[in-house]
Design a protein. Structure first.
Length: 260
């Protein structure tokens, strides 16, 4: 399977490089508005991309909700890569995405994390309502997708009303993770990929997909007002290439078409 993926990746890069063989590709500066949970993996992918493209990639990493608002207000974005389908749906519905460019790229999973030295045992969401969890770190539950997903999960599990007073709201999922890393919360709900990234927390409970857990899909699309739509579409294609997908998978993401 790995050899097949490697062969496909090699073919993609050959074709990608072939685009520029007959003519000199113009270098463009692209700005990608991306969910905070994608920071490390996208920086790695962009570094690889600049080896096969003259384009320069810059990122604005934040919670998807505020990024959507910035795009609505005319912020200079070429690509929006969201951790929330709803934010992308809203932009698409209002004609703020370039037609035909939206792609559902990745899938993620919620994880309940605790500080690395914690002795706390979590066997499910009901444990968060117990006396051992005095502070629970979440992304802000109205604008941060990880917080929205966490609240929906806790509501469906029937414990939101019991934990709401314990919640520390963070501006994005990485900030929610940091609260747990510093020991300022007994537990937190973040993405599986954030938990894997951190050496200061441990996953106490990986939320099973299906059931009470909401599906977590990451769509991406070219912003209609992009000044570099051709280059943006080229980078968006690269994000779904076998090489990029292998990097995403190594970071704990799954293709949107896969079941976690």
């Amino acid at each position: 399977m790995k050899s097949l993926r490697g062969a496909r990746g090699a073919i993609f890069l050959f074709l990608f490089l072939g685009v520029g063989c007959g003519s000199v590709m113009r270098a463009d500066d692209l700005t990608v508005f991306a969910a905070a949970s994608l920071k490390d993996v996208l920086n790695q992918i962009a570094a690889d991309y600049t080896k096969v493209s003259p384009d320069k990639i810059s990122f604005n990493f934040e919670a998807s909700g505020p990024l959507e608002v910035e795009i609505r207000h005319g912020a200079p974005a070429d690509i929006f890569f969201s951790a929330d389908e709803e934010k992308m749906n809203d932009l698409d519905k209002d004609g703020l995405l370039l037609a035909g460019t939206r792609k559902d790229l990745l899938r993620n999973q919620l994880a309940i994390v605790v500080p690395g030295d914690s002795k706390l045992t979590i066997t499910g969401p009901k444990d968060l309502a117990g006396p051992d969890v005095k502070k629970l770190s979440l992304g802000e539950a109205k604008t941060v997708p990880a917080g929205i997903y966490a609240k929906a999960y806790l509501e469906k599990a029937g414990v939101w009303s019991d934990v709401q007073a314990k919640v520390i709201s963070a501006i994005n999922v990485r900030a929610a993770l940091a609260v747990v890393e510093t020991g300022n919360a007994d537990a937190g709900i973040v993405y599986k990929t954030d938990a894997l990234h951190s050496k200061k927390v441990k996953t106490a409970y990986l939320v099973p997909t299906g059931g009470d857990a909401p599906p977590i899909i990451y769509p991406a699309g070219v912003v209609k007002d992009s000044k570099h739509p051709t280059a943006a579409k080229r980078f968006l294609d690269y994000l779904s290439s076998p090489k990029a997908l292998s990097i995403f998978e190594h970071a704990g993401f799954a293709p949107a078409s896969a079941k976690m």
